[in-house]
Ligand binder design. Structure first.
Ligand code: NCD
Length: 363
């Protein structure tokens, strides 16, 4: 089992000081990119994208190229041996032996952690199903650092698909670690944030409330994080259609917002922000996408330079338990050791953080 590399699976595996160093390195690279043009000369980054991506994949690739390194990988698994039935373990084992750092995106929660178990180089989670997206969070944090000048004492509204939106989950986990942040969780009852996130907010003593109306909340916000409804994660098209046009940020609504509101969006946008809002100086989402490249340059540098490895699995292995989440990687790749941790008195899967139940009762 691989344990000797510094992976980035969940930002919360690292202390806040580590994130702050990545963010300030990202800011320095943004200010002086020419100083870093040879920083990764001779290094190879592999990108394994089992799900569509524009920004995450291209910003990682351009980050490595701007650092003087090279890139390999696929963005269509069906053009690789995955189409022949190869599992995550074997693909990761081989590709990581060709490269110095491996970036992986997959529709199943927990895949990056599963990949890291066998990888022979650092693994970065570029989105694991509806679970987490830590490098989007680094992007969001660099954007707030640059544009708001702080990461604390902010009233942050998160709006849209809070259930399946992995960027929301990672961002809440991260911002809850800075003092004085308050959260307004704006969604329909069907798309409320998962329980493990509200539990975590409660445990870290963060003030938060759920809200169904963007109109009601917008005036009190310092940051508004809009998200797309995650069509591909719904069990049926009818459920998606019922949710799809509920929230829309318009120039009319922006009139009620603070003059220094920061509007963020991980992108892609569908209809949840009217195009005319793009001309409002408070709309920061395109700048945010650009900061993403600089923070990924910083992340690549830190992970390649790091000499300390974090343990990947902390909990206990118990083959008599299983995870309830059908979209957890353990439901697909049966060789993975079943590992569980205790969170707020509940036993949860260590790969996807969903509930564990006795295997005999479930399958
Ligand atoms: C997000 C993602 O893939 O989770 N996009 C991104 O990486 N910038 C958001 C989304 O797809 O809605």
């Amino acid at each position: 089992m691989s344990g000797q590399y510094s992976h980035l699976i969940d930002l919360n595996d690292y202390p806040v000081e580590w994130w702050n160093k990545v963010i300030s390195l990202g800011a320095s690279i943004y200010a002086h990119p020419q100083r870093y043009v040879q920083a990764c000369a001779g290094k190879i980054m592999a990108t394994l994208f089992y799900e569509p991506s524009t920004r995450t994949q291209m910003s990682f690739q351009s980050a490595m190229i701007r650092l003087g390194g090279s890139i390999i990988g696929f963005d269509n698994p069906m053009s690789s041996s995955v189409s022949k039935g190869e599992n995550i373990k074997d693909t990761t084992k081989v590709v990581s032996s060709y490269s110095d750092i491996l970036i992986i995106r997959h529709p199943m929660a927990g895949t990056a952690k599963a990949a890291a178990l066998t990888a022979e180089c650092p693994v970065v989670n570029a989105g694991d199903g509806g679970h987490l997206h830590p490098t989007q969070t680094l992007t969001d944090l660099l954007t707030l650092h640059m544009e708001k000048g702080r990461l604390d004492h902010l009233t942050v509204g998160l709006c849209g698909d809070l259930l399946y939106g992995r960027t929301v989950h990672s961002l809440c986990k991260a911002l809850s670690c800075y003092p004085g942040n308050r959260f307004v969780l704006i969604s329909t009852p069907e798309l409320q944030i998962p329980e493990y996130i509200t539990k975590m907010l409660r445990e870290s003593g963060c003030e938060f409330r759920t809200e169904t109306s963007l109109d009601e909340a917008i005036g009190e916000l310092d940051v508004l994080y809009m998200t797309r409804i995650q069509r591909e994660r719904f069990l049926s098209e009818a459920e998606y259609l019922a949710q799809k046009d509920v929230y829309r940020l318009t120039t009319e609504k922006m009139k009620r917002a603070k003059p220094d509101l920061a509007v963020l969006h991980p992108l892609p946008r569908v209809d949840e922000i009217e195009i005319a809002v793009d001309d409002d100086p408070r709309a920061l989402y395109f700048k945010q996408a650009q900061y993403g490249m600089y923070v990924r340059m910083a992340l690549i540098l830190r992970l390649l330079e790091s000499e300390t490895a974090l343990p990947l699995l902390h909990g206990v292995q118990d083959e008599k338990l299983c995870c309830v989440n059908p979209k957890c990687i353990t439901a697909q790749e049966h060789y993975l050791p079943r590992h569980f941790i205790e969170v707020g008195g509940k036993t949860v899967c260590e790969y996807c953080e969903e509930r564990a139940v006795p295997a005999s009762a479930y399958r």
